[in-house]
Design a protein around this ligand. Structure first.
Ligand code: TMP
Ligand code: ASP
Length: 253
């Protein structure tokens, strides 16, 4: 294949120039990082699984009229997406306390929250993506009030939809992180879901056993990271077996 122009390389994905103006190719790497790059590993097959899981989720969201950047999956590691201007926020939605909210507010992990809570972090690796309020976001022009309203409404819709989707396969959606972009269409600009939704960016607990099926397996050295991601894919009907052979057979570059 002809050498493509790399637009951006992040910790888990690479963006290449797309085949047509206004499109990009999103490539899923096997690299895993945690705690802002302090901890690193290459997990064979993770990129393939995240590509498939994120494709599945984005297609389901497109189908309920939630606008996303996703166009189509191209191969095992790549998907065609619309080019958007990323809004520099990590938008977290929580249903059950875990991770940083448990530490920050002293709430035991696993505690059901009184209602779904949305948090915003400013996307800035050098600062470790600090938690910010809507006041910061509008004062520093990271997003407008209208965009914040759209982001909150879309994130709550995603939460309701994904909570049901995962509950259907006996998985509890504890929390997740999403990112949004500005899609320019002529004179119009629309806020659309961007980035990925995968076990890298969600907390997913088995409803029966409480077993973690997400990136906390890596963060907390629990082992079996890609096996857990494959289990999520298998339950959603994306792959048939969770055998190592199948995961390796589609982990080709
Ligand atoms: P936290 O509890 O560490 O703040 O994480 C909340 C959710 O956001 C969890 O599902 C993991 C996800 N997340 C990311 O996708 N990227 C990140 O950089 C961080 C810190 C969390
Ligand atoms: N993705 C972030 C990092 O690389 C943090 C995390 O997911 O825990 O450091």
């Amino acid at each position: 294949m002809a050498k493509r122009r790399k637009i951006y390389e992040g910790k888990a994905k690479i963006l290449y120039e797309g085949p047509e103006p206004g499109t990009l190719i999103q490539y899923f790497k096997d690299d895993a990082t945690a705690f802002n790059n302090e901890k690193r590993a290459v997990l064979d097959g993770k990129g393939v699984l995240n590509n498939r899981i994120s494709e599945f989720v984005m297609m389901q969201l497109n189908a309920i009229g939630l606008p996303t950047h996703f166009l189509k999956r191209l191969n095992m590691r790549e998907q065609l997406i619309r080019e958007v201007e990323i809004i520099p926020l990590e938008v977290i939605c929580r249903n059950v306390a875990a991770g940083s909210i448990s530490k920050r507010l002293g709430i035991e992990e696993g505690t059901q929250l009184p209602r779904s809570i949305i948090e915003f972090c400013y996307k800035k690796d050098e600062l470790g993506d600090p938690l910010v309020s809507e006041e910061h976001i509008t004062a520093f022009n990271w997003a407008t009030n209208q965009e914040i309203d759209d982001i909150i409404a879309m994130t709550l819709r995603i939460n309701d939809f994904l909570t049901g989707l995962f509950a259907g396969v006996s998985i509890k959606l504890v929390d997740f992180k999403v990112e949004y972009g500005r899609l320019y269409e002529g004179d119009m600009v629309r806020t659309v879901l961007a980035d990925e939704i995968s076990p890298d960016s969600c907390r997913l607990w088995d409803m029966a056993t409480g077993e973690k099926l997400d990136k906390d397996r890596f963060r907390r050295d629990l082992g079996g990271v890609t096996d857990a991601y494959a289990e999520v894919a298998r339950r959603l009907g994306i792959i048939k077996e969770k055998s190592g052979a199948e995961i390796l057979s589609f982990s080709g570059k």
